[in-house]
Design a protein around this ligand. Structure first.
Ligand code: 9G3
Length: 572
C-alpha cells in the first residue's frame, strides 16, 4: 500500500478524553475513530490488524474441529423470555421493535440463538459432539464505556458453543479450547494468565476460566501464586485464613460498652482507640434479593460480594440503605455490630473474624462501641466462611506461598454450561439405547477487538505502538527520503515490488513529506521492520531497522533475505 494513497490520518496530539495508552495510540496512529461513546470505526490499519487476529483465531478454531457459522445480531425477544434472561438484564441489553412492532434484542451473546438452531437440527448422538463458532458483532449498552476498544458498546467477539452427549465429552472439548486459547494468545504476542473465575450471570453448573492479559490499565484484579501457578479472579480468589491475630485461649475480659461520640468509620475508630483495624469488626448490612443479611469482616478487610452472593444463592446483592440498617440493628450505619444481631437477621462471619479473640465492634447503639468481644462467646458463629477479598500477602490456598495481586484485561472466557440452555430450549438427543437426554453444552468467548487494544497495551513505547509480527497490519514500513532523487526513488520502487512479490506486506511511505514526519509516523504506527532508502543508495546501501532494534546499513540486494530471516525468527 502506498501511503500517498492511503487513509491513515495520524495525529500529533493525544485526544484529550483518551486515558488508556492503547486508546491514545490507536487514535493518534489513525487505527480507530470514535463515532459515539463506546462506538468505534476501524480505519484501514485497524481493520488489517483485526484481520490478522481473526486469522489466528480461525486457524486455531479449525485445529480443534470448530466449524465457523454466522448468526444474526437481530434476536427475537421471545427467545430471551424462554431462557428467562429477558428480565434478568437491565438497560445493558439493547431492545428494539421491528416495523410490525415485534420485540427484538441486539445480541450481546448467542446462547439462546445457537441452542434453538441445534435443537431444530440435531436429535441423535450420532450428530454429536458439535463445535460451532462465529466472529461477529455484539451489542452491550455498557453504563461506562471507556478506554477505546477495551470497553465498547459494539464490539467483535469470537463466540463458540459446544454440544455433547455427556460431561466427559464436554470436558474434552473444554480442555481442547483451553489449549487453543493458550496458542491464540501466545501467537498474538500477549503475556496472559488463565484464571479461575466466577460463572456470574451466565450460570451453568461446571467450571469456568478467564484469560487475562496482564496490564496496569486492566479493570480486573487477579491473585496469583508465583510458585505453584494458582491464579484466580479476585471475585473468586481463595487463600489460607489469616488465623487469629492474638494468642487464642488467653482469657478475654468481659465485653464492655464504651462511649464513641460520632466515631463511625474504621479510621476514626483506630485514631480514637489507638487500636489496629485487624482488631476491629466491620458489620455491613446487605439486601440479598430483598432479604437483609449482615456480613462481618475485619476492619482491614473488604467484603467480597461475589462470595456472599454465592453463599446466599442470591441474584442481586446491594448494601442496605439507612432505614433498613436502622430496622435491622436499631441504630444508624457506623454503629452496627454483631452482638444481638443474629436474633433479627442472618449473620455471615468471615473466617478471620471468627478467629479473633479480643475485638472492637459497633454496639448497635448510636455513639457506642463494644470492646473485648470474643466471637462464639459474645455472638454466635452459625455461618462462618470466606467472605472477604484476597489481599497481597495472603497465602496461596494450594501451596501457602504468598499471593501477588495483578491487574488484567479479560480477553477470553470459557464456561461449562451443562444443560442450562438445552433444558430451556428442549435441545435433546436420542442416545445409543434410544433414551432421550439433554445435550451438554459449553461456551467459549474471545473479545477480538478488545484483544487488539490489549496487544497495544502490552507492546508500545514512548514513540508509539510496537506490533508483534503476526498481528502487525503490515510487516515492513518502506520509506524513501527524497522523491526528487531518481536513484533513491527507483531503488525504493524496485524494493516495493520485490517485497510484495515475496508475499511481504509493505506500507510504502512515498509521501512528499519531511523525513522527520515520516520517521515519527513510522514509530507511531509501529510496524516490525523499517527500511529507509536514502543517500546510502549511492553505495548500494539502505537502512534496515527493527522497531525495537538498532538500525543497520544493508546491501540493497540483501534486504529480502534479512526481512525473511526476521519474519521466520519471530514466527518460529
Ligand atoms: C446479556 C448482556 C450482557 C452479557 C450477557 C448477556 C456477559 C452475558 C456472559 C456471556 C457468556 C458467554 C458466549 C461466549 C463466551 C461468554 N454479558 N454475558 O451472557 F444480555 Cl446485556 O456472554 N457467551
Amino acid at each position: 500500500m502506498r501511503q500517498s494513497h492511503s487513509f491513515i490520518p495520524t495525529l500529533r496530539e493525544v485526544p484529550a478524553d483518551a486515558e488508556a495508552v492503547s486508546h491514545q495510540l490507536m487514535v493518534k496512529g489513525g487505527f480507530i475513530r470514535q463515532l459515539a461513546a463506546g462506538v468505534y470505526s476501524l480505519l484501514p490499519l485497524g481493520r488489517k490488524a483485526l484481520r490478522r487476529v481473526e486469522t489466528i483465531v480461525r486457524e486455531e478454531m479449525d485445529k480443534v474441529q470448530a466449524q465457523e457459522i454466522l448468526l444474526p445480531a437481530l434476536q427475537p425477544a421471545d427467545l430471551w423470555r424462554q431462557s428467562g434472561r429477558y428480565d434478568r438484564y437491565g438497560p445493558e441489553l439493547v431492545r428494539l421493535h421491528d416495523r410490525s412492532g415485534r420485540e427484538f434484542v441486539l445480541g450481546p451473546t448467542h446462547e439462546e440463538i445457537i441452542t434453538t438452531l441445534v435443537q431444530q437440527e440435531v436429535n441423535s448422538y450420532k450428530r454429536l459432539p458439535l463445535l460451532l463458532y462465529q466472529i461477529q458483532t455484539k451489542f452491550r449498552d455498557e453504563r461506562r464505556p471507556r478506554f477505546g476498544l477495551l470497553r465498547c458498546r459494539e464490539f467483535v467477539m469470537k463466540d463458540a458453543y459446544s454440544f455433547d452427549t455427556d460431561w466427559e465429552g464436554l470436558g474434552r472439548i473444554y480442555d481442547a479450547m483451553y489449549e487453543a486459547y493458550h496458542r491464540i494468545f501466545e501467537r498474538c504476542g500477549l503475556n496472559f494468565r488463565a484464571v479461575e473465575a466466577d460463572a456470574g450471570s451466565i450460570g451453568g453448573e461446571g467450571g469456568t476460566h478467564e484469560f487475562m492479559a496482564l496490564a496496569e490499565s486492566g479493570e480486573d484484579v487477579i491473585m496469583s501464586c508465583r510458585s505453584c501457578g494458582y491464579s484466580a479472579n479476585l471475585e473468586k480468589a481463595q487463600f489460607q485464613s489469616s488465623g487469629s491475630a492474638g494468642i487464642r485461649g488467653s482469657v478475654t475480659p468481659a465485653a464492655e460498652k464504651f462511649h464513641t461520640p460520632g466515631i463511625k468509620t474504621i479510621d476514626q475508630l483506630t485514631v480514637y482507640t489507638g487500636q489496629q483495624p485487624q482488631e476491629m469488626i466491620k458489620t455491613l448490612i446487605y439486601a440479598a434479593d430483598g432479604r437483609l443479611a449482615a456480613v462481618l469482616v475485619r476492619g482491614c478487610d473488604e467484603v467480597n460480594e461475589t462470595k456472599v452472593k454465592l453463599w446466599l444463592n442470591a441474584e442481586n446483592l446491594e448494601l442496605a440503605g439507612p432505614a433498613a440498617v436502622q430496622a435491622a440493628t436499631g441504630t444508624v450505619p457506623g454503629f452496627a455490630g454483631p452482638v444481638g444481631l443474629a436474633a433479627s437477621i442472618p449473620v455471615l462471619v468471615d473466617r478471620d473474624v471468627a478467629a479473633m479473640d479480643d475485638a472492637v465492634a459497633g454496639a448497635n447503639e448510636a455513639d457506642y462501641h463494644l470492646r473485648h468481644l470474643l466471637p462464639g462467646r459474645d455472638f454466635p458463629l452459625e455461618q462462618v466462611g470466606d467472605f472477604r477479598n484476597a489481599q497481597e500477602g495472603d497465602r496461596c490456598p494450594r501451596c501457602s506461598e504468598e499471593l501477588v495481586m495483578e491487574r488484567g484485561i479479560e480477553l477470553g472466557h470459557v464456561f461449562k454450561l451443562g444443560t442450562k440452555y438445552s433444558e430451556a430450549f428442549d435441545a435433546r438427543f436420542l442416545d445409543a439405547g434410544g433414551v432421550e437426554r439433554p445435550i451438554i453444552m459449553g461456551c467459549y468467548g474471545i473479545g477480538v477487538t478488545r484483544l487488539l487494544a490489549a496487544i497495544v497495551e502490552q507492546h508500545h513505547d514512548q514513540n508509539g505502538m510496537i506490533w508483534p509480527i503476526e498481528t502487525a497490519p503490515y510487516h515492513v514500513h518502506l520509506i524513501v527520503v527524497s522523491l526528487q532523487d531518481e536513484a533513491q526513488l527507483a531503488a525504493a520502487e524496485l524494493l516495493y515490488e520485490q517485497l510484495k512479490q515475496e508475499g511481504i506486506e509493505v506500507l510504502y511511505d512515498d509521501r512528499e513529506e519531511r523525513m522527520g514526519v515520516k520517521l515519527k509516523d513510522a514509530d507511531l504506527i509501529g510496524l516490525p521492520i523499517r527500511i529507509v532508502v536514502g543517500k546510502g543508495i549511492a553505495q548500494g546501501l539502505v537502512e534496515l531497522k527493527e522497531r525495537t532494534g538498532e538500525s543497520a546499513q544493508v546491501g540493497h540486494g540483501e534486504v529480502i533475505d534479512r526481512v525473511r530471516a526476521i519474519r521466520s525468527a519471530s514466527l518460529a
